[in-house]
Design a protein around this ligand. Structure first.
Ligand code: BT5
Length: 247
């Protein structure tokens, strides 16, 4: 799934919001369109949480994917993106960890987050996925410390600054590879790599789903659509397709 050269903006509200508006205005907008900005005034996480990124420090971008993958299998897309980010981190000699469903950590601190949003498809055939990624590149320790969970950046981990635009070009290569493999062979071809980097496998976790149902159990695996599998103390197995995981 090749990406077009990124379109860069100085400031945008949220790259996900703007790309969504572009798709609504132009149903022919090509798959692979990439919007990036040096500063988001209203960067969003899941459930309307805020994505914090100071002007010029980090990578914040969105890409359009039109795919014929069926709607249940689309649940695995954030995990596929996570694997691509981990593969990109390896090129900077960093070991990424994956926290279900959409976080990438280094040394147990969040370095990247993924926000996949789906738009109804006008022809009912291809799903329109907006893939939003926030990736901390030159975030300072001061900026990281004001985030309400442990956060890090390439700079903090390596004591070195990076050209944000080059990091995006590199990441797009890894996204292209992972998404192409997923589209051709399915999530089964990506899952072993996700499991290899899973931060919580075989440890106790708590999942809070979006309607405040809380389940605690041992993280036993990932299902065929990217759902997490938990085993409760009494041996009951439950699967969860969405929610927040606490370690
Ligand atoms: C995410 O949500 O992790 C998805 C973040 C996606 C951001 C990108 S930026 C480009 C595109 N355009 C957008 O508007 N969004 C996407 P979630 O799992 O809900 O995590 C949000 C939580 O991460 C916040 O509540 C904070 O605790 C934490 N957080 C916020 N900013 C952070 C940062 N820069 N680094 C690490 N953690 C952060």
């Amino acid at each position: 799934m090749p990406f077009s050269p990124p379109i860069w903006f100085d400031t945008l509200d949220s790259t996900n919001t703007v790309l969504k508006e572009m798709v609504v205005d132009n149903s022919q907008l090509p798959s692979g369109t990439v919007l990036a900005t040096h500063y988001q005034t209203n960067g969003r996480g899941r459930l309307s949480r805020q994505w914090q990124s100071a002007p010029g420090e980090n990578l914040t971008f969105s890409a359009l994917l039109r795919t014929n993958i069926d709607s249940l299998a689309l649940t695995s897309l954030p995990l596929v993106i996570g694997v691509a980010i981990v593969n990109a981190l390896e090129t900077y000699n960093m070991h990424g960890q994956l926290k279900w469903p959409n976080d990438v950590l280094v040394d147990h601190k969040k370095i990247a987050g993924v926000l996949v949003e789906l738009l109804p498809s006008p022809d009912g055939k291809l799903a329109n996925c907006i893939i939003g990624i926030g990736f901390n590149i030159n975030m300072s320790l001061d900026s990281a410390n004001v985030i309400n969970q442990p956060a890090t950046s390439l700079l903090i981990e390596s004591n070195q600054t990076y050209a944000v635009q080059l990091v995006l070009d590199n990441l797009l290569i890894h996204l292209d590879k992972a998404i192409t493999l997923w589209e051709e062979k399915g999530f089964a071809a990506i899952k072993p790599n996700w499991i290899k980097h899973a931060v919580s496998l075989n440890t106790q976790v708590t999942i809070n789903n979006t309607i405040n149902n809380i389940t605690t159990g041992i993280h036993r695996g990932i299902g065929p659509s990217g759902e997490i599998i938990l085993e409760a103390l009494d041996g009951t197995i439950t699967t969860h397709f969405c929610g927040d995981l606490s370690l």
